[in-house]
Design a protein around this ligand. Structure first.
Ligand SMILES: [Zn+2]
Length: 219
């Protein structure tokens, strides 16, 4: 049987395309629906940060983080393009990082205009990091490569990186692909990546599945 596609970050649990795939569904603690019964990440997105959550974030995330299906903390991070207090964002982010390190869970990160600060945190991070919707930048790839960091791309990031000739900056052993909140299916994202990178599909599937097994300790 051929290897599954891996969708490392999605907000949609609607499987519109019955393909052989593994997805990590994103669940926000602001979501009032029940937590997923399939592998998921949980956390508070930087857009949702406020004083109330600064007080309550650990108490709110913990019950979900301890569920069997929860395999990562995310998406969490820093977004300096939003009008949300940076010290407040950092405080909530630090609390969730500590939680991830206590539970030895990988972290899915949302980072906008804050890579310089994120890199400082990464230097002391205890767990694997997945930079979701990563806007490929050679110098950041080089810096993050010193640490246990993976880079995840959706169709938008693939096309922009390809136009700038930067797609090959991310080695296959650090790559993930994702649909995020788009209407694309994960096989469309893989198709986009292979058409721009020139790598054969089976090689890309093999490498990304190997990354998934390594990050989530699957034998
Ligand atoms: Zn997302």
């Amino acid at each position: 049987m051929s290897l599954p596609y891996v969708n490392i970050h999605t907000h949609s649990n609607v499987c519109r395309y019955k393909t052989n795939s593994i997805s990590v569904l994103n669940y926000s603690i602001t979501d009032l629906s029940l937590p997923p019964t399939e592998p998921f990440s949980v956390g508070l997105h930087p857009w949702d940060v406020n004083e109330k959550w600064e007080r309550d974030v650990v108490k709110a995330v913990t019950p979900y983080a301890t569920l069997l299906e929860c395999i990562a903390i995310g998406e969490i991070g820093l977004d300096y393009s939003r009008d949300i207090s940076i010290p407040l964002q950092k405080s909530v982010f630090e609390k969730q990082l500590e939680l991830a390190s206590n539970y030895r869970m990988p972290v899915v990160l949302h980072v906008v205009k804050a890579y310089h600060d994120i890199l400082r945190y990464q230097k002391s991070a205890q767990t694997t990091w997945i930079l979701h919707a990563f806007k490929v930048n050679e110098s950041y790839v080089k810096s993050f490569m010193h640490y246990d960091t993976y880079f995840s791309l959706g169709i938008r990031e693939i096309i922009i990186a390809a136009q700038k000739g930067l797609l090959s900056a991310i080695p296959l052993n650090r790559l993930f692909l994702e649909t995020d909140d788009s209407a694309h299916t994960i096989d469309e994202v893989y198709d986009c990546y292979i058409s721009h990178s020139g790598h054969p599909l089976e090689l890309v599937k093999k490498c990304i599945f190997a990354n998934y097994c390594k990050v989530f300790n699957i034998e």
